[in-house]
Write a protein that binds this ligand. Structure first.
Ligand code: DC
Length: 224
């Protein structure tokens, strides 16, 4: 039995990976890092500075800033969730220097998650993103790769945005999702792809509860 559990969750946008990772973190008392939020915080910083997300130097400067002035509030800022920031993130995160600047931070979190003395020690860590199973935690105990049909993911994202009171249109969301997926999967540095030993979870026709139960069964069988 592993004493410190490391779980990698990768997948396409709106595939359910964030919801799954958050629930698994709670269930197994794991420290959680949403690495998409980290890349989003960098993109927001580029925009706030009047920079260009398609410019490698601007992207690197902001990655170094976010890494060196990191606070958890940066990842909880609702402003990183807008469509403008999502688009800028998918552009800026393709640059190798930006990704390099964030690698050590993520690896360090995976091995030594921040911990308060008053808190029960973590049983492990869980990170979700695009290159967790392949680059950040290649030796994770369990690797999941979540995916769903593009239409299903676009429907989920549209509903999510509308529930937040935002004006979202299915056709536009679908188009933007295809563009972002294409960029994530085709960038030269650490593209989105399942690790060879990842367990694929196709969430197209599964509810969030079903995905969670399935993942819990897999983890329990691995750590038994
Ligand atoms: O998971 P998300 O939608 O919050 O991710 C936002 C963007 O960040 C997405 O376009 C891909 C990028 N990203 C990345 O390149 N590598 C990661 N580990 C996480 C996210």
């Amino acid at each position: 039995m592993t004493s410190f559990l490391k779980i990698a969750v990768d997948g396409t946008s709106a595939s359910g990976k964030g919801t799954l990772a958050r629930r698994l973190a709670q269930q197994f008392h794991l420290s959680y890092l949403d690495t998409g939020a980290l890349y989003r915080a960098v993109a927001k910083h580029i925009l706030d500075q009047g920079g260009n997300p398609d410019n490698e130097d601007d992207a690197l400067k902001s990655a170094i800033f976010v890494r060196d002035h990191f606070s958890w509030e940066m990842l909880e800022d609702p402003a990183i969730r807008t469509d403008i920031v999502a688009d800028a993130t998918s552009r800026s995160s393709q640059f190798p220097p930006l990704r390099e600047a964030l690698i050590e931070f993520q690896k360090n979190f995976a091995s030594h998650p921040p911990h308060k003395p008053s808190q029960k020690p973590w049983s492990g860590t869980i990170l979700d993103g695009r290159d967790i199973g392949t680059i950040i935690c290649p030796r994770a105990d369990v690797k999941f790769y979540c995916d769903a049909s593009t239409e299903t993911r676009a429907q989920r994202r549209t509903k999510e945005l509308q529930e937040k009171g935002l004006n979202a249109n299915l056709e536009t969301v679908l188009q933007e999702m295809i563009e972002r997926d294409t960029r994530d999967q085709n960038r030269t540095k650490n593209p989105l792809k399942p690790a060879e030993d990842a367990i694929i979870l196709d969430t197209t026709s599964l509810s969030a509860d079903e995905v969670f139960e399935k993942a819990c069964d897999i983890i329990r069988s691995k750590i038994a």
